[in-house]
Design a protein around this ligand. Sequence first.
Ligand SMILES: [Zn+2]
Length: 401
Amino acid sequence: MRTARGGTMMTTEKLYETDGMLSRFSAHVLSCKPHESGYAVILDRTAFFPEGGGQSADTGTIGGARVLDVQIQNGEILHFTNAPVSGEVPCALDFDVRFRKMQNHLGEHLLCGAIHRLYGFDNVGFHLGADYMTFDIDGALTPEQIAEVEKEANRAVFEDVPVRCWYPKKDELSELDYRAKSEKLGAAGAVRIVEAAGFDRCACCAPHLDRTGRVGCIKITDAVKYKGGMRFHALCGSDALADYGKKQDTLGALSRLLSAKEDSITEAVEARLAELVRAKQTVGTYRRALVEARLAALSYTEGSICLFEPLLDTNGLRELAAGGARKVAGIFAAFSGTEETGYDFVCASERLPLGQVKEAISVALDARCGGSDKMLFGHTSAGEAAIRQFFDEFPRISTHG
Ligand SMILES: [Zn+2]
């Protein structure tokens, strides 16, 4: 066969198409050429699946070289390695990684097959990441329908039926009912059929597990409206088990924190949230009383006033400064915090446009602050003594500075 570049195209037997469970094989190196920082290797046969159909390429070893990526370019399967190889070579896939991909891949077939069979929608997207799997369909399902789909897909797993992959002849293909008819897949555009007996039949080019039972289990973790249809997140087999472990850790930690049994965590959180609402109402009442008491104790001054109230949050500081601004000709400044953490502050003034002194305050107190002419909000790392001194001297600074 001639390539577009005028050379002879080297064809590779696709072992991954006939046996998805093949992890070790031997092959003959047809070509090995320097490529970027490594080598591009063509074998006479390969179990390495090249990137395609939403699934990343297999990795592993060819002879003593690491296979970093596998791509189909101009009809040739190129294995990108970190070292040169030649002759007859033993090859091995990183089969744990491949097996995890096949669990999620076949799980997606079973989910989409169930959706198609039960509700008539088609799969319009698939992506398998390092720790997640998503697929898209061209319609929307209710939560009850999604639960039914998950149950039906897992029934296919539990019944552990064989998975068959083959290229049907034209006559046979025209008689077959299968999903993903638009897919132009497989050798020379031929359609490769993947069938989980009794559950799903679709066109697909990827390697597959030999039985549905190897998927382990299928869990839909999220389903959201997406481009007029829905996007599903799902986890299968070892990914689902790892996710179960993480969720169990989280649940255990929450259970200990809330002193609640795992099956009553929701009620425990609801009770804590209700307590929090009541506590906030109580704090608000005391905050207003504190602010009113502080303001009542102040008499009007021509200078500025600076108050430290460690119990007040930003809302309290704002209420105090808003009332305090009526007690001064200069600036009323309210601070809350500690020498270690620094101080949050609110400055207010009714007579002095604060925009004009914002820069002076920022520089003198090493502070970040923003706001309006009426009120400034900020945080400073300056100590209490330096802050008090600044506001004691402030009228002189603003008048003569
Ligand atoms: Zn497939």
